[in-house]
Design a binder for this molecule. Structure first.
Ligand code: PHE
Length: 341
């Protein structure tokens, strides 16, 4: 074996490595030169004991130098293949950090719910509590306790959806037709003075351009010893001016009828300027709590006097934003709803 042989082996290895296109081929080529039966290993093994120690030593040195050169060539190629792989990944998995971020869209409250929150906030700021109540009521709370006995013609003012089952006392169950049953429920739970509002969903059978089978109301109840219609009018006028953010609002009480108030009145309002100016708009039912109703609240009608009102949230919303078709509130058309964001 001469130095020419070694040079040839190194050159062969270099070429073989350079031609290896991937790691698997490269590692197989490595075995051909550096493995247990590889060319260089075989050479080292052939340095038998019978050789002159001087010769043996110098040949050994030469073979080891060749081995180092082959290993260096192998490592160069390993690195080249790894770099090429990395570059390929970098271009194929490219991330454009200048792209705008993906944002999730933010929802907003339905206009009627915005009215609901506004009403709560305004009445709360003038000393009213906010109380929630059940949408499934007994016939007693919805009608009888509110002075509409069974078979009384006044019941036909509000027809509703009845449930097939009765409550544990055998009372008929129905979807409440108004928030007024909360007057009784709440008054029975607390003691006067009472200054509360009860916003909530209500249901009736009628359904047309101006009536929906489900709608929202806010009930107001004020019970104390020395209050009058003037107090109710003051509070309600103040509420309307805050709600519509306008000072040019006039309010009048027009005689009306409800079984649970006596006397009863419709509250009408009028804008002095702008849209709807000069027209009286009916905005709420109201009245002085009927003595029979006070009795059903377990209150002494000689000591206490009460005032109540019930207003429609859809109606207030329509007037505030100038919406003229009630049905748009229930159609879930985003083009309509987005206007209130
Ligand atoms: N509950 C009545 C209705 O729904 C409104 C009302 C409430 C009237 C309170 C008087 C007092 O029509």
């Amino acid at each position: 074996m001469g130095s020419l042989d070694l040079k040839r082996i190194v050159a062969d290895a270099q070429r073989a490595f350079d031609n290896a296109a991937d790691t698997v081929t490269l590692e197989n080529e490595k075995a051909r030169f550096l493995g247990k039966t590889g060319a260089l290993t075989e050479l080292l093994k052939s340095l038998g004991k019978q050789l002159d120690p001087q010769v043996r030593k110098s040949k050994g040195v030469c073979i080891n130098i060749a081995k180092l050169q082959v290993e260096a060539a192998l490592n160069r190629r390993r690195k080249a293949i790894a770099d090429a792989l990395m570059n390929q990944r970098l271009t194929s998995e490219e991330v454009d950090v200048t792209l705008p971020g993906r944002c999730s869209s933010v929802g907003s409250l339905h206009p009627v719910m915005q009215t609901w929150e506004r009403i709560e906030q305004i009445f709360n700021s003038i000393g009213f509590d906010i109380v929630d109540g059940p949408e499934i009521e007994t016939d007693w709370y919805n009608f009888t306790a509110l002075n509409s006995p069974e078979n009384h013609p006044a019941r036909s003012m509000q027809d509703t959806f009845y449930l097939n089952k009765k409550d544990e006392n055998g009372r008929a169950l129905l979807l409440r037709t108004h928030t007024s049953p909360m007057q009784i429920r709440y008054a029975k739970m607390t003691k006067p003075p009472i200054k509360s509002i009860f916003p909530g969903r209500t249901y009736r059978v009628d359904s047309n351009a101006t009536h929906s089978p489900m709608f929202n109301q806010v009930e107001g109840l004020w019970i104390d010893k020395n209050i009058s219609f003037a107090d109710l009018k003051g509070v309600y006028t103040d509420f309307l001016r805050k709600f519509f953010e306008r000072k040019d609002i006039l309010v009048r009480f027009r005689p009306s009828y409800f079984p649970f108030t006596e006397p009863s009145a419709e509250i009408d309002m009028r804008f002095e300027c702008g849209r709807n100016a000069g027209r009286w708009l009916e905005i709420s039912g109201s009245g002085q709590v009927h003595p029979h109703v006070l009795r059903n609240m377990n209150l002494d009608h000689q000591r206490y006097i009460g005032f109540a009102f019930g207003s429609g949230l859809e109606r207030l919303t329509m007037l505030r934003y100038g919406v003229d078709d009630l049905r748009t509130f229930f159609e879930s058309d985003l083009r309509f709803l987005r206007q209130f964001v």
